[in-house]
Write a protein that binds this ligand. Structure first.
Ligand SMILES: Nc1ncnc2c1ncn2[C@@H]1O[C@H](COP(=O)(O)OP(=O)(O)OP(=O)(O)O)[C@@H](O)[C@H]1O
Length: 259
């Protein structure tokens, strides 16, 4: 059932004071999909996610979910009252799931060893993994993540995206996330949606980095630096950057600039 649509948005529009902040968005999320929403500040990304979570009323269009769909939500940050002592164990049990399910989820995100630690003492990356574990404890059909790698260093970010991909494979869930880490998105995401109120362009990273709408939104230098990620060469280069014959002995010219 890999093509089962978990969620479908049709012409979904959210207006604030008659201003469309999310403008006629169509989106279909199936099991196994990883869809990343990118876009400049104020583009409507969080508003769209809130609509999916049922936290934001829709002005127009429709949002259909498969009946009984369980959503696991990972917010940008863990916000807790700093004076309230709380352990990882207690935080996880607040999800209402049994202890073993909580432990299993923590093991999946690699932080089970912190079960008795204070949440306040966790590093930024560990907190994100804890939030992810809390979402997983619900055994979600759909994971929704709002900038999951915020405050995590670059190696930690790559590891977190790898983890999300691995969890998608294991749970066969759909994933929809917002990200500002364009380089990681382009290297790791299956499908990208570039939102600027409406969907400017969408598709696979290799394709959208060449899309004029993408270049207009993020600028030529960003588009060029991202295009390298999924750039498949049919030939090799020597140390000077000159093209040498391919494996089949055929020499082909590059159709792009090298950096
Ligand atoms: N409840 C609200 N009432 C009025 N305007 C709102 C409300 N929520 C968001 N907005 C406006 O809608 C626009 C989109 O906001 P949103 O938070 O969805 O953008 P975003 O793409 O997530 O931005 P960022 O990347 O900066 O987080 C902004 O101009 C914001 O000020």
């Amino acid at each position: 059932m890999t093509d089962e649509a978990l969620l479908e948005l049709k012409q979904l529009t959210v207006r604030f004071d008659d201003r469309p902040v999310v403008d006629h968005v169509d989106l279909r999320v199936r099991r196994g999909d990883i869809i990343t929403i990118i876009g400049p500040n104020g583009a409507g990304k969080t508003t769209l996610i809130k609509a999916v979570l049922g936290l934001q009323p829709i002005s127009e269009g429709s949002l259909t979910m498969t009946p009984g769909l369980t959503i696991g939500y990972v917010p940008q940050h863990l916000t807790l009252e700093s004076t309230l002592p709380i352990s990882v164990k207690r935080f996880m049990l607040l999800s209402g799931r049994p202890q073993q399910a909580c432990r299993d989820a923590l093991a999946k995100t690699g932080v089970e060893h912190l079960f008795n630690a204070s949440v306040h003492h966790l590093s930024g990356g560990e907190k994100q993994r804890l939030l992810l574990a809390r979402a997983l404890a619900r055994r979600p059909d759909l994971l929704v993540l709002d900038e999951p790698a915020q405050g995590v260093d670059i190696n930690g970010q790559a590891a977190l995206y790898d983890l999300i991909r691995g969890l998608r494979d294991e749970l066969n869930c759909g994933v929809i996330m917002i990200s500002h880490d364009l380089h990681l998105v382009m290297a790791a995401t299956d499908r990208v949606i570039c939102l600027n109120q409406h969907i400017c362009c969408s598709g696979y990273p290799a394709d959208i980095s060449h899309d004029p709408a993408f270049i207009e939104t993020f600028g030529q230098p960003v588009a060029e630096s991202l295009a390298v990620y999924h750039h498949h060469h049919n030939h090799s280069h020597d140390l000077h950057g000159d093209v040498v014959s391919g494996e089949d002995g055929v020499h082909r010219e590059c159709s792009h600039a090298h950096h």
